[in-house]
Design a binder for this molecule. Structure first.
Ligand code: 1HN
Length: 350
């Protein structure tokens, strides 16, 4: 202890009253992410926890009354701050037949990943409906009117992924309700995919927005691509076969702040330990397996099955192993980190 410790303490107390602090008393920039990242690896069980808990809310509140009937996935390390990981929001939404989730828009961008549903539910984004099926990846760009409806049978469940914590870090949170429940339709269902989803584009149309012009990426088509590419048997030792959802006009990420992926890990394959600065949320679609995450005494094995949702924080070493063939959807903040120049990965011991 320094002999002028009391004087220093008095100084720090005075500094606080002047709206300054002494940098040398803080650990503002620790040496490694393990000292800055508070989120922990965690899995939410769909069949046994999320589904029944959200289904129960169906008897308590309508989608219309709730605006969005969503259970937010709270990372146990992040003190109920409505984040699944440092930079990402995740929720599970339920829509029942005949319900209306009314039109609104906001500055955060959203993705939906459909987990359960027998057909008939749709989301309308910027005046275009997309009918949703399990495995589909759907985007709602920043500041676009969107509402959801359900003309079919049985409950629908989807995961909502948003960049809310990133927008909150900058500040500009905007949210607006549309004057009516439904925003007007401007184009037929499937228009955006027809226009931009066949390796073609309307010849005199320009597209300069930061997000993909395609609202919905149907699972059928993405799954078929994995099946074709598996014939090459060229497996990435750290990921199996992993494809990114893109904006076809740029080749970059479908969303400007969130990257989304579909991944096939073949039967018996074990990915090798991998570290990345990106924060990743996974939802398995087909197959069962395990996430092995962390180092030394803190290493954990977390078993997953279809429809579960699990989160892997920044820079924690992890690997995936599967029983049979497995297909996983995931989303991360990779594209945002790349734009900021901070994205890193570590393969093996390099
Ligand atoms: C939102 O607008 C939706 O439109 C879902 O379905 C989840 C979570 C936080 C803020 C806005 C939706 C959301 C959300």
């Amino acid at each position: 202890m320094s002999d002028n410790q009391a004087a220093r303490e008095a100084y720090y107390a005075k500094a606080a009253t002047l709206n300054v602090s002494a940098l040398w008393t803080t650990r503002l920039v620790p040496p490694l992410p393990k000292d800055s990242v508070r989120a922990v690896p965690f899995l939410w069980d769909f069949d046994n926890v999320l589904r029944p808990t959200l289904f129960e809310a169906g008897g308590l509140i309508t989608a219309h009354e709730a605006n969005r009937r969503v259970l937010t996935l709270e990372n146990p390390g992040l003190d109920g701050s409505h984040r699944i990981l440092e930079s990402l929001y995740a929720g599970l939404q339920m829509l029942l037949p005949g319900e209306c989730a009314p039109a609104h828009k906001h500055s955060p961008s959203a993705l939906r990943f459909i987990i359960e549903g027998q057909g008939g539910a749709w989301t309308a984004v910027s005046g275009e409906k997309s009918y949703m099926k399990p495995g589909d990846f759907v985007i709602t760009p920043s500041d676009t009117w969107h509402d959801h409806g359900h003309d079919g049978d049985g409950p629908y469940f989807w995961m909502d992924g948003l960049d809310i914590p990133m927008i909150a870090a900058f500040g500009p949170m905007f949210f607006e309700h549309y004057a009516e429940d439904r925003a007007p339709l401007k184009r037929p269902a499937g228009d955006s995919l027809a226009r931009y989803g066949a390796n073609m584009r309307p010849v005199n149309e320009t597209w300069s927005k930061p997000e993909s012009p395609i609202f919905s990426y149907p699972y059928e088509r993405s799954r078929e691509v994995l099946e074709q590419l598996r014939k090459n048997e060229e497996w990435d030792p750290y990921a199996g076969l992993k494809l990114a959802y893109i904006n076809p006009t740029t080749g970059g990420s479908a969303m400007p702040t969130i990257s989304a992926f579909l991944q096939l890990i073949p039967k018996g394959f074990k990915t090798e330990f991998y570290q990345t600065t990106e924060n990743t949320v996974f939802s398995p679609i087909e197959g069962t397996g395990r996430l092995i995450v962390g180092e030394g005494d803190a290493q954990k094995t977390i078993a997953w099955k279809p429809r579960d949702i699990f989160a892997v924080p920044c820079w924690i070493p992890y690997r995936l192993e599967t029983d049979g063939d497995a297909v996983l959807f995931s989303y991360s903040d990779r594209v945002a980190q790349e734009k900021l120049g901070i994205w890193r990965e570590r393969r093996g011991n390099s």
